[in-house]
Design a protein around this ligand. Sequence first.
Ligand SMILES: [Zn+2]
Ligand SMILES: [Zn+2]
Length: 264
Amino acid sequence: MIDFHNHTELCGHAEGSPDDYVMTAIKRGIRYFGFADHAPIEESIRGGITMSPEEIEDYIGMTKALKEKFAGQIEIFTGFEVDYPEFEAFDSSYYNDDRIDYLIGSCHFIGDWPIDFSPEASDEEYSKRGVDSVCADYFNNMLSLAKSGKYNIIGHFDLYKKFGHRPEKDFSDIISQIAKEAARNGTSIEINSSGLRKPVKEIYPSFDIIKLISESGGIFTLGSDSHHPDDVAKDFDKSRELLLKAGVEKISYYRKRNRVEISL
Ligand SMILES: [Zn+2]
Ligand SMILES: [Zn+2]
């Protein structure tokens, strides 16, 4: 099994030692384990959200050391969760750095508004903008992300629902287009179980979206988005069940930016 979305203390909002994450992964039968901590965003909004540019090399070195330490027990991969639209704080040279196995592209911001930051701030902003309008901006951003071909994985596909906000409008057309563009570039859609631990209490993305993505030819991977060792590979039985129900039989991981497909 694959868990390609795990954080470290460097982002400022995760707990536990990297060794503990890896040991939990081994215990839970994970064979391919990826660290994908938050790549730096600009300094004024970075605090408690991402690592700083000065920490990038330490992070890469730390994951490399763990690869060696746990060789033979589990395969460890070096990844980043990168914000899209991109921030200059993450140097563009890292997009072509062969020490990095993969990049997750995630949309946490619409303009300078962090859509998933707090329920209170979200409620106010969602009612001001309207959920349909937020989702239109969100999916347009995701389409541009998918078309860019720079990312191996699209993170938490319907993050806007985190605090329970749902669009009324039907976004099937653009979702299907995102799935097709992503698949064309070998970019997987992540089944992210962390939504079950959030107010929405639902995996990202919802079953209807998983089904639509699958019917559109989309490809998939798995992530727990763990910010604590105990969350590694959490609820993967449920993620797997949703994929199987949608008729998906294969999932992918990435070694040095090359996609490897395995049976679910
Ligand atoms: Zn994220
Ligand atoms: Zn994450």
